[in-house]
Design a protein around this ligand. Structure first.
Ligand SMILES: [Zn+2]
Length: 83
């Protein structure tokens, strides 16, 4: 946890400036370099967003068939309730 001796307070790693200094007083922070380095590695470790592959046609067909089936079962259910 980065600690600023001048402000006498802990800082969250994300609030430390990129050069490892305090955002309030601008002085170097104890553990600030570590926090910045951890932030950089975490940022570079994040995988790039890959575009999703298109939905396969048979999945769309299956979804359409399910919708038709459930609609038909709903009609049957309403018919059963009324009749
Ligand atoms: Zn400070």
């Amino acid at each position: 946890m980065p600690w600023c001796t001048d402000c006498d307070r802990f800082l969250s790693p994300s609030s430390v400036r990129d050069d490892g200094t305090c955002p309030h007083c601008g002085r170097a922070v104890e553990g600030g370099e570590l926090a910045v380095r951890a932030r950089e590695t975490r940022r570079s470790a994040e995988p790039d967003e890959e575009p999703l592959p298109p939905i396969p046609w048979h999945l769309k067909l299956l979804a359409a068939a399910i919708v038709v089936y459930l609609a038909w079962r709903l009609v049957q259910g309403v018919d059963w309730l009324l009749g």
